[in-house]
Design a protein. Structure first.
Length: 367
């Protein structure tokens, strides 16, 4: 072997060894910094209000996944995949909002949409505090500043160090969560830890899934238990979501036994309104879509099916850009109530202007 060839081989081997060291070091860095927030972590209410609830009065709540200000109609997400009816496979491309300006514009649009609904309570998912994917726009701060008459609760649901994937546009570091807003006094807020995948890759991208249990005093001595939630996505076979629902049902049954009122709202990542085949689409039904109905819930609980459920979906697939009748749509956002709560629901049609989700509003009375 001549001298030049030996030098080339040594150089190549040196580069390979250096790359391996970088990869191994990065894996150790990820593992060392991975952590989950403890179950039963109490969360403070900021700007807490004083008023309590009354039986027989009409109240309202809105749930809205604002998609970290990224999902305008032209946006597709790198983790979303699908199949057209002709068999063509589709996949999203973006890991970040198109720009800081777009992230702000979409967040402002989502806030204006919520404010116009003038609800008593809000459950908001995918709210970034500081994240590469949304250019460090503090969306929680934006919400609180725009809606100063509400008490607010921020529950961390995704806190990761820098993720160098996809390589061409890394998702980066993220601090994001679920926000609960209330015009009424919140006596206590408890962060509950959902079970999540423990596989090495999945656990870094599946968020620190959780739900917030907030207690609102009622004039008859009972409590309205508000539950803000965001269940797992990208869950092949739906096993994690089954475990998460089992946990929720345990909380439902416990509060029901106390005689409390329960309103649980959020992004269930399931078809919760019987809309799996309702809306026109040029795509096949995605393999992540599973159906839930009242038979899956604890005794005494039911889903609030929106009155316009057959007309307006709450979620679009983000493997393709949004065009009505083209990509897959379904309703995965909404509410569950106990049978001592009388409720009607509505999906608010925004034509997916600011997010891959649309708000769902429930109007309810405590019996």
């Amino acid at each position: 072997m001549n001298k030049k060839l030996k030098i080339v081989l040594r150089t190549v081997l040196g580069i390979i060894a250096a790359l391996l060291l970088v990869v191994v070091g990065y894996v150790i860095y990820l593992q060392f910094n991975y952590k989950r927030i403890d179950d039963f972590t109490e969360i403070k209410t900021e700007n807490n209000r004083e008023e309590t609830l009354k039986t027989g009065e009409e109240y309202s709540a809105v749930t809205y996944n604002i998609g970290f200000g990224a999902y305008e109609p032209e946006f597709t997400f790198f983790m979303d995949t699908g199949v057209m009816k002709d068999g063509t496979k589709t996949a999203g491309t973006e890991a970040r909002a198109f720009s800081e300006e777009n992230a702000r514009k979409n967040t402002e649009g989502a806030i204006q949409t919520m404010a116009a609904l003038d609800s008593d309570f809000y459950m908001i998912e995918e709210v970034d505090k500081k994240a590469t994917r949304s250019y460090d726009v503090n969306q929680y701060e934006m919400i609180c500043e725009a809606m100063p008459d509400y008490g607010s609760v921020y529950t961390s649901a995704f806190h990761s160090v820098y993720l160098f994937y996809p390589l061409t546009q890394p998702h980066g570091s993220v601090e994001s969560g679920i926000v609960t807003l209330s015009k009424y006094h919140l006596k206590e807020n408890m962060r509950r830890q959902f079970p999540v995948s423990t596989s090495f890759v999945d656990k870094f991208f599946d968020l620190d899934r959780c739900f917030t249990v907030s207690r609102v005093p009622v004039d008859n001595g009972k409590e309205l238990v508000l539950i803000s939630l965001h269940m797992s996505a990208y869950d092949k076979g739906g096993e994690m979501r089954k475990k998460q629902l089992e946990m929720l049902n345990g909380v439902f049954a416990e509060e029901y036994a106390k005689g409390n009122y329960v309103v649980a709202g959020g992004d269930w990542n399931h078809d919760i309104a019987g809309t799996i085949e309702t809306f026109e689409s040029q795509q096949q039904i995605p393999d992540w879509v599973y159906q839930l109905d009242d038979s899956h819930l604890a005794e005494g609980f039911s889903f609030v099916i929106p009155e316009n459920a057959s007309e307006v979906p709450s979620c679009r697939g983000a493997d393709v850009t949004y065009e009505k009748g083209y990509g897959y749509t379904v309703t995965v956002d909404g509410f569950v109530v106990s049978d001592n709560v009388e409720a009607v629901g509505e999906v608010i049609n925004t034509e997916f202007a600011y997010s891959d989700h649309q708000p769902v509003k429930v109007t309810f009375k405590l019996k």
